[in-house]
Ligand binder design. Structure first.
Ligand code: ZN
Ligand code: ZN
Length: 268
C-alpha cells in the first residue's frame, strides 16, 4: 500500500491511498486545482484515475474540492447518510447514483482494499475515521475528534502507519486570540485532539513493530510542528521506551503533499 498526505490542517485535508489498481482519495478539503497539482506532483496520478472518494464529514476543510474532483473522475463516492445529508450546498453531488452510504464499523471493499469506517466524536453529523487493510499493510487516518475512546483504540491496533491528529498545544490555544466559544469547541469532547491527547492515545494504540505516525491537522495558530513532535514523542517514549527504536514521527503540511510512501508489514 502506498499513500501521500496531500494536505493536512485546519484549512484543508486530503489523503491519497493506492494498492494495486485501487486508488482512493480520502477527503477533498482543498480546491480542485490544488488537488490535481498535488496528485500529479507527489503521486503521478490524475483525478480521473481515482476508483473511490471517501468523505469523513461535511466540514469545509474536508469537502472544499469535492464537487470538482467528482466532476473530473468517475469514482464512486462513500460517506455516511448523515454526512451526505449535511453537505454544504456547494459540495452537493450532481449525480446521486455515485453515492454509496456507509455505516460505522461495517467494513466494505474498494477494489483490493478493505475499508473500515468507525464513529468519532466531533461536532458534525455522523462523522467517521477510516482504517485501510490489505494483505501487505494497514493504515489508519484519524483526525477531527475530541477524544479517543477505548473502542476506537481497539479498532486501531496493528497498523503499519497512522495519520493521527495532533491539532493544538493546549497552552497556546488558551492564550490565543481565538474567541472563547471557539476555544471551548476545540477543547471540548467534540473538538480536536491536542498534542498531549494524541500522545496518550498512541501509547495504547501503537504496535511493537516498525510504525510511522504522521502528525496531522495541526493548527496554524495554536501549534508548532516541533512542539507537536516533541510532545508526542516524549509522552509515548516515556510510557513505552521500547518504541524509541521503531517509532518514526513524520510531518504533514498545509502547503505541500508528503512523498508517496510505501508501507508493508516488515515485522522485526
Ligand atoms: Zn477538519
Ligand atoms: Zn471537522
Amino acid at each position: 500500500m502506498r499513500f501521500s498526505v496531500l494536505a493536512s490542517g485546519s484549512n484543508g485535508n486530503a489523503v491519497y491511498i493506492e494498492y494495486g489498481e485501487t486508488k482512493i482519495l480520502l477527503d477533498a478539503g482543498i480546491s480542485g486545482k490544488q488537488l490535481q497539482m498535488r496528485l500529479q506532483a507527489a503521486c503521478a496520478r490524475e483525478m480521473s484515475d481515482l476508483t473511490a472518494i471517501l468523505v469523513t464529514h461535511e466540514h469545509d476543510d474536508h469537502v472544499r474540492g469535492l464537487t470538482q474532483v467528482c466532476k473530473r473522475s468517475h469514482a464512486s463516492i462513500y460517506m455516511t447518510e448523515g454526512t451526505y445529508a449535511s453537505l454544504p450546498d456547494k459540495a452537493k453531488l450532481d449525480d446521486e447514483s455515485r453515492f454509496h452510504a456507509i455505516r460505522e464499523e461495517q467494513s466494505f471493499t474498494v477494489g483490493d482494499i478493505q475499508v473500515t469506517p468507525f464513529a468519532i466524536s466531533h461536532d458534525a453529523e455522523q462523522p467517521v475515521a477510516f482504517r485501510f487493510d490489505t494483505p501487505d499493510a494497514s493504515l489508519a487516518v484519524v483526525t477531527d475528534l475530541g477524544y479517543v475512546s477505548d473502542r476506537q483504540k481497539a479498532l486501531l491496533q496493528n497498523c503499519d502507519a497512522y495519520v493521527f491528529e495532533s491539532n493544538h498545544d493546549t497552552d497556546m490555544l488558551r492564550v490565543s486570540r481565538y474567541p472563547w466559544h471557539l476555544k471551548r469547541r476545540i477543547l471540548g469532547d467534540k473538538g480536536h485532539l491536542s498534542n498531549v491527547d494524541a500522545g496518550y492515545a498512541l501509547i495504547d494504540i501503537l504496535p511493537e513493530s516498525p510504525v510511522e505516525v504522521y502528525l496531522a491537522h495541526l493548527s496554524a495558530d495554536n501549534n508548532l510542528p516541533d512542539l507537536a513532535e516533541l510532545t508526542v514523542e516524549q509522552i509515548v517514549i516515556d510510557a513505552r521506551p521500547r518504541l524509541a527504536e521503531v517509532l518514526k514521527l513524520k510531518r504533514t503540511s498545509r502547503q505541500e503533499a508528503t512523498a508517496l510512501t510505501e508501507i508493508s508489514r516488515a515485522r522485526v
